[in-house]
Design a protein around this ligand. Structure first.
Ligand code: IPM
Ligand code: MG
Length: 356
């Protein structure tokens, strides 16, 4: 089984190194190959998604991705910015289903900014469509405004669109995921204003006919944002489009108080996937050995489960993470009085030790 390792920028290399260490400790024979991506790709090859990196990602059975982005690349033209690497990988590998679990580990209940009773036991799964919507819709750009009071001025524009098949396949992913959980799906849209999302609602409702054992509710995105902070435990699976999913998944992640803990998976139709922590490249703490590697380690567990069919090994990693938390080990982002503060490397070593 071949795994492409794309560490990227900022804390990316430090955290992926820990996940690689954990994978190597499992006793399986993975073939792992690394390549530059993001700012590191631009620095070494003049492009955030160098050709060789894309080729490796396509060849591999799964991709483990760190994070991309750094202030020093913010002034580059859009096509060369680090973010283009992840957008390009999603598009080129057809990774249309983005699974973002938000779980509150009981040991970390105090880390949330919300009251413990509102979040304790939180376990929701956001399924974000990842290759359509206004993110990729064309046409887009800056043009001369064709009408209205600002006619003749420059205007920026993007195109929101969803094809029926795009909505159907992500709806299937959501209903199937719900069957393995609490059998409830909330489809989030903006059907009261947007044509695209009235269509979304209609198609999700149609697909639901095939899943009568799963409960479906529809919710407008503004209300969903409110409910996420008011009563987040009411959700089981949330399915939504690319743009709304981007926003809601950050809010959901922060409910747990520890975005450094949350993994994610981006899957194609055959469960080939890219796995990455939900957090970003955190350039402000890069190279200091203090980043939390657990989200990346847990992403590697998702990879074993979804793409490589190694369920028991995935369980081993997840249990090892629970064990180190129970031992009181905390990186600075989740540290509180009474726990033991450790660095990136120590945390990785502790997970390896806890695998046994
Ligand atoms: C995410 C990120 C990306 C997105 C950026 C880096 C392009 O925010 O994965 O949520 O908007 O999808
Ligand atoms: Mg985002």
């Amino acid at each position: 089984m071949k795994i492409a390792i794309l560490p990227g920028d900022g804390i990316g290399p430090e955290i992926t190194a820990q996940a690689v260490k954990v994978l190597n400790a499992l006793g399986e024979s993975f073939e792992m190959e690394s390549a530059d991506v993001g700012g590191a790709g631009y620095a070494a090859h003049g492009h955030p998604l160098p050709e060789a990196t894309l080729k490796l990602a396509k060849q591999a059975d799964a991709v483990l991705f760190g994070a991309v982005g750094d202030y020093k690349y913010d002034t580059l033209e859009r096509a060369l910015r680090p973010e283009q690497a992840i957008l390009g990988l999603r598009r080129e590998l057809n990774l249309f289903a983005n699974l973002r679990p938000a779980i509150l580990y009981p040991e970390l209940a105090g880390a949330s900014t919300l009251k413990p009773e509102v979040v304790s036991g939180l376990d929701i799964l956001i399924i974000r469509e990842l290759t359509g919507d206004i993110y990729f819709g064309k046409p887009r750009g800056v043009r001369e405004c064709p009408d209205g009071p600002f006619k003749g001025q420059r205007e920026g524009f993007d195109t929101m669109r969803y094809a029926e098949g795009e909505i159907r396949r992500i709806a299937h992913v959501a209903f199937q995921a719900a069957r393995k959980r609490d059998k409830r799906v909330t489809s989030v849209d903006k059907a009261n204003v947007l044509e695209t999302f009235q269509f979304w609602r209609d198609i999700v409702t149609e697909v639901h006919q095939e899943y009568q054992d799963v409960a479906l509710e529809h919710m407008y995105v503004d209300n969903a944002a409110m409910q996420l902070v008011r009563a987040p435990k009411k959700f089981d699976v949330i399915v939504t489009g690319n743009m709304f999913g981007d926003i809601l998944s950050d809010a959901a992640a922060m409910l747990t108080g520890s975005i450094g803990m949350l993994p994610s998976a981006s899957l194609d139709a055959n469960n080939k996937g890219l796995y990455e922590p939900s957090h970003g490249s955190a350039p402000d703490i890069a190279g200091q050995g203090v980043a939390n590697p657990l989200a990346t380690i847990l992403s590697s567990a998702m990879m074993l489960r979804f793409s490589l069919g190694l369920t028991e090994q995935a369980d081993r990693i997840e249990n090892a993470v629970k064990r180190v938390l129970a031992q009181g080990l905390r990186t600075p982002d989740i540290h509180e009085a009474g726990s033991t503060k450790v660095g990136t490397e120590e945390m990785g070593n502790a997970v390896v030790a806890a695998l046994a």
